[in-house]
Structure formats: C-alpha cells, structure tokens
Ligand binder design. Structure first.
Ligand SMILES: C[S@@+](CC[C@H](N)C(=O)[O-])C[C@H]1O[C@@H](n2cnc3c(N)ncnc32)[C@H](O)[C@@H]1O
Length: 262
C-alpha cells in the first residue's frame, strides 16, 4: 500500500467514522471484553485522577474510566463519534470532557494527565510513532499509558496479508504492527513497558462487516482473502466456517501497560 499523508489519513478516518458513530456506540466487541478488563485492572485509576482517552470512538474506555471516579477527558478526530460517546456516558449517568483533536497533535499541555489510554484506534493513525510521543508528552512523570490494538502475526507474509484483510473491510485502517513492532514504537517514545498480553477477541463475521457497511463485493473479497490465507494467517485468525461461509474469526489484540519515567 502506498503510504498516505497525515491529512489524507485524517480525512479518510473522519469520512468513514462520521456516519457510523452509532454502530460503534452499540458495538458489543467495543463495549466489553477481556482487553478492556485488563486495561482497567492494570491502570486501576484512583478517584480524581486525570485520565485522557485518545480516539475514544463510541466512548467505551471513557465510560469505564469515568466509572472508577477518574476525571475523564475523551478526545477524537470525528465530532460525530464524540456525540455518540457523550450519549453513552450520559445514559450511564457519567460525565467527561469531550474534545475534538488529533492523536498526532494532542491539544493538551505537557504533563497534564495521570493516565492516557488508546484502544482499537492507533491502526488508523498515519504515524503511530508520533502518537506515542504525544501520549508520553501529555503524561505526568510517573503517569500510566494503557494501550490496546490489533496485533499482526509474527511471520512477514501473514502479517502483510492480515493487515490487508483489515484494510479491505475498513479502508481507514492504515497500519497495524506485530507485538514487537508496537512495543518498539512505545519504547522509542520513552515509555517503559511494564506489562503486555495478547488477548483473543472472537468476532462474528456478519457483525464485524456490517459495522463498516461492507457490500457483497467486499464480503466476497474478504472471504477469498481468508480462503487463500497462508498458514500463519489462518493460525492467527482461526477462521470458522458454516459450510463454505466464513462466519467468525478471532482477532488478536495486544494490551500494554507502560509508564512515563518519574
Ligand atoms: C474503532 S474507533 C475507537 C474505539 C474506541 N477507542 C473503543 O475502545 O471503543 C476508532 C476511532 O479513532 C478515531 N480516529 C482516527 N484517527 C484519529 C486521529 N488521528 N486522532 C484522533 N482520533 C482518531 C476515529 O474517529 C474513531 O472514532
């Protein structure tokens, strides 16, 4: 894939997410899961701590943070996503500050948060390294960074084709990395990785593709890519079939707790 400029990537993301905000607010795989539980357990925010959720989407991490009593700021590029997130928190009697902003140039002062999170989003950024550097900048010394994103399989060809599979379903998917790749970028930003775990998220193929309004041609292309997938990609995604039809697979998500040195 030819690399996209940051402006192009932002435009593609906004265009993709603006009309689909409600789908992300209502999405079961976003609303819960072992990855979200692990993030909260590892971060364990204290009441009153300041927490920033970057690329908040439907607001599921912001809600989980707000429930702990943290003072939450939810940031996203797409205003419609922030509206959906606001509705989600209001429905649960929780509050947060909602700020339109780019993960690559966070509109916050240096050292202003105890906790920064980013879940299922960094693969949309034109430059994940710049985002991790921004996350480190806005964290207070000693502050915690909770990260979760899709992890690619370790083998090169399977990694490239798994990333392409994601991009076929959602053209605003820019780039994922394997576990070592994500960890390298986080550490290069000066954050110290304290914990990491890869968790499986079982995805219903029909639900996963409906969230991005995939048409018949897109569905056929995804099924073909999975049918022709190399062994490493099949082992990683564990496709499940009902006869010939692809009905589910398991996405691997890396969960990380990192700390800004005090
Ligand atoms: C899949 S959703 C995030 C899911 C959400 N974090 C959760 O846990 O439910 C991806 C979000 O990333 C946002 N996004 C994409 N590029 C961004 C950027 N450069 N800066 C901030 N937000 C961005 C999109 O607008 C979208 O709301």
């Amino acid at each position: 894939m030819a690399s996209r400029s940051a402006d192009d990537q932002r435009a593609i993301s906004r265009e993709r997410f603006a009309p689909r905000a409600e789908g992300y607010r209502e999405s079961a795989p976003h609303a819960s899961g072992p990855d979200l539980e692990l993030l909260l357990e590892w971060l364990s925010p204290a009441p009153g701590e300041s927490a920033l959720d970057v690329a908040t989407g439907g607001g599921h991490v912001a809600l989980a943070l707000a429930r702990t009593g943290a003072d939450v700021t939810a940031c996203d590029l797409t205003p419609e996503m922030l509206d959906a997130a606001g509705l989600l928190l209001a429905e649960h009697g929780c509050q947060a500050r909602f700020v339109v902003g780019d993960a690559l140039a966070l509109p916050f002062d240096d050292a202003s948060f105890d906790v920064v999170t980013c879940r299922i989003a960094a693969h949309h950024f034109a430059d994940a390294q710049t985002f991790f550097t921004e996350a480190a900048r806005v964290l207070k010394p000693g502050g915690r960074f909770g990260f979760q994103d899709q992890a690619l399989p370790p083998e090169g060809p399977s990694a490239v084709l798994t990333d392409a599979f994601e991009r076929t379903r959602d053209p605003s998917h820019n780039q994922s990395y394997n576990v070592d790749g994500w960890i390298t970028l986080i550490e290069r930003a000066g954050l110290v990785v304290e914990r990491r775990e890869v968790v499986g998220k079982h995805l219903d193929f029909a639900d996963w593709t409906a969230r991005q309004d995939c048409d018949e041609a897109c569905l056929a292309e995804l099924e073909q890519q999975m049918a022709e997938a190399p062994e490493g990609m099949r082992r990683w995604l564990e496709p499940e079939y009902d006869g010939e039809r692809l009905v589910a697979f398991t996405n691997r998500h890396l969960v990380v707790l990192a700390r800004k040195p005090a």
